[in-house]
Design a protein around this ligand. Structure first.
Ligand SMILES: O=P(O)(O)OC[C@H]1O[C@H](OP(=O)(O)OP(=O)(O)O)[C@H](O)[C@@H]1O
Ligand SMILES: O=c1cc[nH]c(=O)[nH]1
Length: 218
């Protein structure tokens, strides 16, 4: 059963276009603080969009002058991140879902001499995800192998109620891989790029998100 179509933020013009353009810009992205901040801002915007899919219940709030009728979320989603590149994006989600618990997963591409890579999943630090809405954040959805491996592991361990996968930039191939392997997941991204290099970097993409945010790995 295929998942619903991905939500793509830049299909609608908004100030988010500027944040994304700065992330991609080979000169501006050298400013690591701005690079992280722009990811954080886009994380907040996607968090806002995903928040529209949650369940809400009416409540009353006492103001200094009376009672306001409001609608509040029934539950807080768990905000998960694949480290390390996804950390600033994840922070943007945490800023909006400020009562949510968080899950941290360490996974990375282990590149062989041939240039091929496998995904190394090292560590999961997570609250109980049974019957929870989970938002999995990672900056780049390239081949989709990292996020599929991580989500499959979590699905094997927990009975997750709903799974959202959020990326700053997704490739067409990565989206297809997720839809084929995690048919119930809903994908949220700021932009979709068509191409990838032979080393599976998204083109035009933005380069190496982890290195740009935190410095080159040894
Ligand atoms: O869709 P995929 O082809 O699996 O690629 C995407 C992954 O690559 C990047 O991480 P990377 O392995 O570069 O590690 P880092 O976050 O530690 O820099 C990115 O943060 C994703 O996790
Ligand atoms: O384009 C890509 C693909 C994977 N990881 C990155 O940081 N960038």
């Amino acid at each position: 059963m295929p998942s619903t179509q991905p939500f793509i933020l830049n299909k609608t013009n908004s100030i988010a276009n500027q944040f994304l353009a700065e992330l991609r810009d080979v000169n501006i992205q050298q400013d690591k603080f701005r690079f992280r901040q722009n990811q954080e801002r886009l994380g907040g915007i996607l968090a806002y969009e995903i928040s529209k899919t949650l369940k809400y219940t009416p409540a009353d709030v006492q103001t200094p002058l009376g009672i306001a009728n409001v609608n509040l979320p029934v539950e807080q989603p768990v905000i998960a991140v694949i480290m390390r590149a996804g950390l600033p994006f994840h922070q943007g989600f945490m800023n909006f879902f400020d009562r949510s618990p968080a899950a941290f997963i360490t996974a990375f591409r282990k590149v062989k001499k041939s240039g091929d890579f496998t995904i190394q999943l090292n560590h999961i630090s997570s609250p109980d995800l049974d019957d929870k809405v989970v938002i999995m954040c990672d900056t780049m959805l390239a081949t989709g192998q990292s996020v599929v491996m991580v989500c499959k592991e979590l699905i094997a361990q927990y009975n997750i109620k709903a799974l959202h996968i959020a990326a700053v930039i997704a490739s067409t191939e990565g989206i297809a891989h997720v839809r084929a392997n995690l048919p119930k997941a809903q994908i949220w991204t700021c932009a979709v790029d068509e191409e990838m290099t032979s080393k599976a970097y998204i083109v035009p993409g933005l380069g190496d998100a982890g290195d740009l945010a935190f410095g080159e790995k040894a």
